[in-house]
Design a protein around this ligand. Structure first.
Ligand SMILES: [Fe+2]
Length: 249
């Protein structure tokens, strides 16, 4: 009975705020994900003849080893993508998460990653996710945006911190902004990536952004229309996070 109540409680929060925080992972799984990223980085370093991180042992030391220019070169789409094992995918889309999402669709949910970053018509692949590595105080973070603007092929996002959990590092979310169907007219050009950012005047109509304090293993699951971003890394160390997209086919 207690479990049911708490699901209901979380579902209420999800509906009201547009996001919910859930504990999913333990330390060793997060370490596995970090190891996958390191593997990609070493591979990418080899491909681009970047010797500074050839023998990188842990992600915490990443920005001590690479220059900003090298970082740009290393972070291609291939490097920024990892594949989950079946058991990992099952853990991510566990019963609890599926129960929360079943409120929005009866269809089966999958972990999806679009093959083409710049087109919503790109083919989706199962069980792949992206990750980000952000230097402290870097301006190279996407400003406020929502991940979707219409109900076609929309996906929920699960944001998973691997390094940097508290509110100096975590994602900034505008509570309740998922009630609005944001118009493309409110979007300005983005210097740093493909996220379609909102103009400041539009953002004024919403409440101040909230930055949660997460614990190891906790994730933020948020609605496709929820405005988020502008989350500068204000911590002392690198921030590493995974971005998992969950949608129906
Ligand atoms: Fe986003």
């Amino acid at each position: 009975m207690k479990k049911d109540r708490s699901l209901k409680f979380q579902l209420n929060k999800f509906n009201k705020n547009g996001f919910v925080i859930e504990k999913i992972f333990n330390k060793s799984i997060l370490e596995n994900f970090k190891e996958k990223l390191l593997k990609n980085l070493r591979k990418s370093a080899k491909k681009h003849n970047i010797y500074s991180i050839k023998n990188i042992k842990n992600l915490e030391e990443y920005f001590n080893l690479v220059s900003k220019t090298e970082h740009e070169i290393l972070m291609d789409r291939e490097t920024r993508t990892i594949k989950f094992k079946k058991s990992e995918a099952q853990l991510i889309l566990n019963k609890r998460i599926r129960d929360l999402l079943s409120y929005y669709s009866d269809k089966e949910y999958y972990i999806l990653r679009s093959s083409n970053k710049f087109s919503s018509r790109g083919k989706d692949f199962n069980n792949y996710a992206g990750f980000r590595i952000v230097e402290p105080n870097s301006d190279k973070v996407a400003g406020y945006h929502s991940d979707h603007y219409n109900l076609q092929n929309f996906k929920f996002t699960m944001w998973v911190p691997l390094i940097g959990f508290n509110n100096k590092y975590s994602l900034k979310l505008i509570t309740g902004s998922h009630y609005y169907k944001h118009s493309k007219k409110q979007i300005v050009k983005n210097k740093f990536g493909s996220a379609r950012l909102f103009n400041n005047l539009y953002l004024k109509k919403f409440s101040k952004a909230f930055r949660p304090n997460l614990k190891l293993g906790e994730v933020i699951l948020f609605h496709p229309y929820l405005i988020h971003g502008n989350a500068k890394n204000l911590g002392k160390t690198v921030r590493v996070s995974l971005e998992i997209k969950i949608g129906t086919d």
